[in-house]
Design a binder for this molecule. Structure first.
Ligand code: SF4
Ligand code: MSK
Length: 627
């Protein structure tokens, strides 16, 4: 029997869950997708405008302009950058929330500083005095400076200085070096207000600037501050897919993105009195499993199991074995409200930014978070007795190694270097593998699921093709979970690789797909690529390294894609951005940005064609480098 999970097995499991849904009288995203088909063509092409109440206006063969005179390019451009504003706001606000938690951290509090070294490094980078000071005094000052990055009236973002000199100069020259994060988001909202910008190119430029404020601002702070508070990830073995839900345990699902509350849920679930309480109710113990990026955050620091990615959130509830689902922010289906009502599952929301009907709201309070978490875990335990007889858990689960932060990658590389010069603590071994052609290239595969394509098929199909061609993969978000479920995050996946990549995996003792965390952790990928560019002394845009979002769906993904291309990394998309109704916008996002920042989008809904074009793109970069 294969150690990998086939797409057929995944689809069989989905089918089992669909049947359970029908039995339970519940609807799922498949039903709602059918009801939404065909989807609005004007919306898909990005040429419906409802920015003012003279509208809505749509561009048709007989109406080439809206009432105010905005053409297809202006309308599609404005809609597109509003996506970026939404995405950058969500990611960056996540970073802000973590900064607030860092700001109340204390020696005896719920939140302590776990990675002092990282804090001190950041403090030095930001010019915060460290000598002779209490670690929490430093933490609070760093948090405050971070919070100022959102609204400071003058200057540009501090983390830009981490980028290569070439990128920094280019951003300055193009006037897209981001200023305060909130300012860039507000600028998009102002530019796209009725009667402001209707020039598509100017909109795309501001889109990149705002994206950069996310990647090199809010997201990077989210990652840094989370590492300081919860620990910088190190490799851990875990399991993934719905089979991690355990019928003998009290099952609690954590879902969303912000790790602050779920860190406490995990802590509470490990407390002896609560475990004993669960046993007193007839369970074998407490089982925490994650969905979406909360899963990624918690698994890479605690090895907590991953129940699944975005389109599996309803599946988890349909097993009938989930006592409680607790969510924070982003990517949470409102459908969970009515769905949990079909089962005994309790549904807890914790953020004022994600209030959902049919849920119970417990407002996250960083000062009382552990008590709140204990209360939530106890609710789950008390609910165990209410579980129905309709329990059906698909058996598939896969072993996965997770937790490859940049620090962990460098540490692995240190073990394999046989260079004659001392290269410890650098990306030199990786550069040598890329330069010599042992590895042909590297791809960051990220992003969501989208019902427009078969769930996980694009992620997994593209990954397998790249591995065969000696291309190493780093993955985050729901893409990383798709890889985990398929078995691609286990070291045995080297069997699927070409000769060169297989050798690298054996020497470094790593899987060929490295789990780098959640969506905000794409900032880790930015730093990884920057580190390689600096070590190699080659501009990022020339490296045989690209990004890919095969099944993206969210506004955050568009913000990410924009900071990735503005950072010089070509990005391959498996879902079309909604700008097709404007030839100018299509040209701008594929070729226009390439002329400005050296990278753009390559779009193809067919995963095998997308994989082929990634390989072609990487080989073209190698040829241009003369390697
Ligand atoms: Fe129509 Fe112009 Fe108003 Fe948009 S801004 S709804 S195109 S009138
Ligand atoms: S959770 S943004 S569906 S990757 Fe980050 Fe997954 Fe996309 Fe949400």
């Amino acid at each position: 029997m294969s150690i990998f999970t086939s797409i057929e097995t995944m689809e069989n499991n989905n089918q089992i869950l669909r049947e359970l849904a029908i039995k339970a009288g519940a609807e799922t995203w498949e039903d709602r997708k059918k009801n939404q088909t065909p989807q609005c063509k004007f919306g898909e092409d990005g040429i419906c405008c409802r920015i003012c109440s003279m509208g809505p206006c749509r561009i048709t063969p007989k109406a080439s302009r809206g009432i105010c005179g905005a053409d297809a390019h202006a309308i599609a451009g404005r809609n597109y950058v509003r996506f970026i504003a939404g995405g950058a706001a969500a990611h960056s606000d996540h970073g802000r929330e973590i900064a607030h938690v860092l700001h109340v951290s204390s020696k005896d509090g719920n939140y302590v500083v776990k990675d002092e070294e990282k804090l001190l490094k950041l403090a030095n980078e930001w010019g915060v005095k460290t000598e002779g000071r209490d670690i929490y005094e430093i933490a609070h000052e760093v948090a405050e400076i971070g919070l100022m990055e959102y609204g400071k009236p003058f200057g540009e973002l501090r983390f830009l200085s981490r980028a290569t000199e070439e990128r920094q100069k280019l951003w300055e020259k193009l006037e897209i070096a981001p200023r305060a994060i909130d300012r860039e988001i507000a600028t998009i909202m102002h530019m796209t207000h009725m009667g402001c910008t209707s020039d598509a190119e100017a909109l795309v430029m501001q889109g990149m600037r705002t994206g950069l404020s996310d990647g090199w601002g809010g997201s990077m702070m989210g990652t840094e501050f989370s590492d300081i508070l919860f620990g910088t990830p190190t490799p851990k073995v875990t399991e993934a897919d719905l089979g991690v839900i355990d019928k003998n345990m009290v099952n609690i699902i954590i879902h969303g993105h912000d790790p602050a509350m779920s860190e406490m849920i995990v802590a509470a679930s490990n407390q002896a009195d609560l475990i004993d309480y669960a046993k007193s109710k007839g369970a074998h113990g407490i089982n925490i499993a994650g969905l979406c990026c909360t899963a990624n955050e918690i698994t890479m620091r605690h090895g907590v199991k991953m129940a699944g990615n975005f389109l599996q959130q309803e599946g988890a509830i349909l097993t009938g074995a989930v006592e409680l689902i607790v969510v924070d922010v982003q990517c949470i289906f409102p459908a969970l409200g009515p769905l949990t009502k079909c089962f005994h599952t309790k549904f807890i929301t914790t953020s004022e930014k994600a209030r959902i009907p049919d849920s119970e709201f417990i407002r996250f309070d960083p000062i009382r978070a552990l008590d709140q978490a204990r209360e939530i875990v106890k609710m789950a335990i008390d609910n165990f007795a209410n579980r129905g007889s309709n329990v059906c858990i698909p058996s598939n689960k896969q072993k996965a190694v997770v937790g490859y932060s940049c620090e962990a990658i460098i540490k692995r590389l240190d073990t394999v270097t046989n260079s004659h010069v001392d290269v410890t603590g650098t990306y030199r071994p990786l550069v040598e593998c890329l330069e010599s052609g042992v590895l042909r290239g590297a791809v960051g595969i990220v992003g969501c699921n989208n019902p427009k394509v078969r769930q996980d098929l694009s992620h997994i199909g593209i990954m397998k093709e790249l591995l065969k061609n000696d291309i190493i993969i780093v993955a985050t978000g729901c893409s990383a979970q798709a890889a985990a479920k398929a078995g691609l995050l286990q070291k045995e996946a080297k069997e699927l690789c070409g000769e060169g990549l297989r050798r690298v995996c054996e020497l470094a003792d790593i899987p060929p797909v490295l789990h780098m965390g959640s969506c905000v952790d794409i900032s880790r990928i930015l730093l990884l690529v920057t580190g390689i560019a600096k070590e190699w002394n080659v501009d990022v845009a020339k490296l045989p390294i690209v990004g890919c979002a095969p099944e993206w769906m969210s506004e955050k993904a568009v913000s990410i894609a924009n900071y990735v291309i503005a950072s010089g990394i070509d990005t391959y998309l498996g879902i079309e951005p909604q700008v097709k109704g404007s030839s100018q916008m299509m040209e701008l996002i594929t070729e226009g940005t390439r002329k400005m920042v050296g990278a753009g989008f390559i779009i193809n809904m067919d995963p095998s064609k997308l994989a082929a074009s990634i390989i072609e793109g990487i080989e073209a970069k190698r040829t241009a480098l003369g390697i």
